[in-house]
Design a protein around this ligand. Structure first.
Ligand code: NAD
Ligand code: TYD
Length: 356
C-alpha cells in the first residue's frame, strides 16, 4: 500500500474535488497534507471548503489559486510542497458549455493535463513512490445502444468537445506512463451527484427549479439514459485507487444505477411533493420538453467489476437515500446557491484570495 504524504488535488474547489478533500481529511489512516490548486473559474468556490480551512488550514490543508495551464506555477507548487501524489480533477466539465465554447476545454483539459504530467516527469525523475491519478469520465467511450456497458477495454469514441478533450488527456496520461515511466492510474466514472454540484448540471438544476417552481427543461424526448454515482462513493473509490491501485491501470467507477432522464425528473418531482405536501401533479406539470442538445449521447452504462473485485470497492446506500441527502443539502444551503447565481462569491474570492 502506498504512503501518501503531500497530495496535490487540482480543481479541489469544484464539486467532486471539494467532496474528495472532505472525504480524504476525514480518513483516520490519512496523516498527510492536501494542497488544493484551483484557478477558481465560475465552477470553483472556496466556500466549499470553509470548514476544512478552519480545521486544517496552514497545517494539513493549503489552498493555492493556480492555473494548471501555467507550467511554471505548477512546477513551483510541486517543489514548494514536495508533492508525491497528484489527484487531478481540474477541468472544464460541462458538455453544454463545451458545445458553445470549446476553447477552454482544449486548454485546461488537454494542455493543463500535459503541464501536470511534465511536472511529474521532470520532478519525480528519481523517486519511485509518486502517483499521478487522473480523474476522467465514461463519456470518452461514446454512446451505447439499449444494451451493454463500458468496460476498461472499450475503445474510445468521444462525441462532444468535452469528451474529446477528456479522451485526449487520458491518452496523454497513458503515453507518459508508457514512454517515460511516470507512475499513473486513471479512473473513468459515470455521472456524479451530491452536495455542492454547480447548478448547471441536471440533478441540482432540477432540484432548484423545483424549489423555485420554475419549468424543468428536459432535452429531446427525455429517454437518454445516465448512470448515477453518489459523489462520496466516487471519493471512496479514488481513495482505494491511490493507495492500492496498480500502476498503469484504468478503473471504471459506476453507480450501477441507470435512469432515463424523464424517469429521474419524475422521481425528483415526487420527492419534492412528499417534502412540501403538494400534489405530485403540481410538480410534474413543470416538466417542459426543450430542443435536444446537439450530438446528445443516448446512453451510458458502466461495468465496474474490476474495481469491485480487485480493490473491494462497492457503492453505499441506495439511490433514493442519497438523492434525499442531496435535496436536503440544497434546501439547507440556499445562500450558497444565491451567492453562486448572484456572483457575490466572486467578490468574496477577490477579497479573500486575490488581494491578500
Ligand atoms: P467542476 O466543474 O465542478 O469543477 C472543476 C474545478 O476545476 C473548479 O473548481 C474549477 O475552478 C477548476 N478549474 C477549471 N479550470 C482550471 C484550471 N485551468 N486550473 C486550475 N483549476 C481549474 O467539475 P466536477 O464535476 O467536480 O468534475 C471534476 C472532474 O471529474 C473533471 O475532471 C471531470 O471531467 C470529471 N468527471 C466529472 C463527472 C461529473 O458528473 N461531474 C463525471 C465524470 C468525470
Ligand atoms: P448533465 O448533468 O449535463 O451531464 P452529462 O451531459 O455530462 O451527462 O446532463 C445529464 C443528462 O440530463 C443528459 O442526458 C442531458 C440531460 N439534461 C436535461 O435533459 N436537461 C437539462 O437542463 C440538463 C442540464 C441536462
Amino acid at each position: 500500500m502506498r504512503t501518501l504524504s503531500n497530495i496535490l488535488v487540482t480543481g479541489g474547489a469544484g464539486f467532486i474535488g471539494s467532496n474528495f478533500i472532505h472525504y480524504l481529511l476525514s480518513q483516520p489512516d490519512f496523516k498527510g497534507r492536501v494542497i488544493n490548486a484551483d484557478k477558481l473559474t465560475y465552477a470553483g468556490n472556496p466556500e466549499n471548503l470553509t470548514d476544512i480551512e478552519e480545521r486544517f488550514g496552514g497545517t494539513r490543508y493549503f489552498f493555492e489559486q493556480a492555473d494548471i495551464c501555467k507550467f511554471d506555477t505548477i512546477k513551483s507548487l510541486f517543489r514548494k510542497y514536495s508533492i508525491d501524489t497528484v489527484v487531478h480533477f481540474a477541468a472544464e466539465s460541462h458538455v453544454d458549455r463545451s458545445i458553445f465554447g470549446p476553447k477552454d476545454f482544449i486548454e485546461t483539459n488537454i494542455v493543463g493535463t500535459f503541464n501536470l504530467l511534465e511536472c511529474a516527469r521532470n520532478l519525480w525523475n528519481d523517486r519511485k513512490d509518486g502517483l499521478f491519478h487522473h480523474v476522467s469520465t465514461d463519456e470518452v467511450f461514446g454512446s451505447l445502444g439499449d444494451t451493454g456497458s463500458f468496460s476498461e477495454a472499450t475503445p474510445y469514441q468521444p462525441t462532444s468537445p468535452y469528451s474529446a478533450s477528456k479522451a485526449a488527456s487520458d491518452h496523454l496520461v497513458r503515453a507518459y506512463h508508457h514512454t517515460y515511466g511516470v507512475p499513473v492510474t486513471i479512473s473513468n466514472c459515470s455521472n456524479n451527484f451530491g452536495p455542492r454540484q454547480f447548478p448547471e448540471k441536471m440533478i441540482p438544476l432540477m432540484i432548484l427549479n423545483l424549489l423555485e417552481e420554475e419549468p424543468l427543461p428536459v432535452y429531446g424526448d427525455g429517454k437518454n439514459v445516465r448512470d448515477w454515482l453518489y459523489v462520496d462513493d466516487h471519493s471512496a473509490a479514488l481513495w482505494l485507487i491511490i493507495r492500492k491501485g496498480r500502476e498503469g491501470e484504468t478503473y471504471n467507477i459506476g453507480g450501477e444505477n441507470e435512469w432515463r432522464n424523464i424517469d429521474l425528473v419524475h422521481l425528483l418531482c415526487d420527492k419534492m411533493a412528499e417534502a412540501t405536501g403538494r400534489e405530485k401533479d403540481f410538480y410534474r406539470k413543470l416538466i417542459t420538453f426543450v430542443k435536444d442538445r446537439p450530438g446528445h449521447d443516448r446512453r451510458y452504462a458502466i461495468d465496474c467489476t474490476k474495481i469491485k473485485k480487485e480493490l473491494g470497492w462497492k457503492q453505499s446506500l441506495g439511490f433514493s437515500e442519497n438523492l434525499d441527502t442531496t435535496i436536503r443539502w440544497y434546501r439547507n444551503n440556499l445562500s450558497w446557491v444565491d451567492k453562486i447565481r448572484s456572483g457575490e462569491y466572486k467578490t468574496w474570492i477577490q477579497r479573500n484570495y486575490l488581494n491578500r
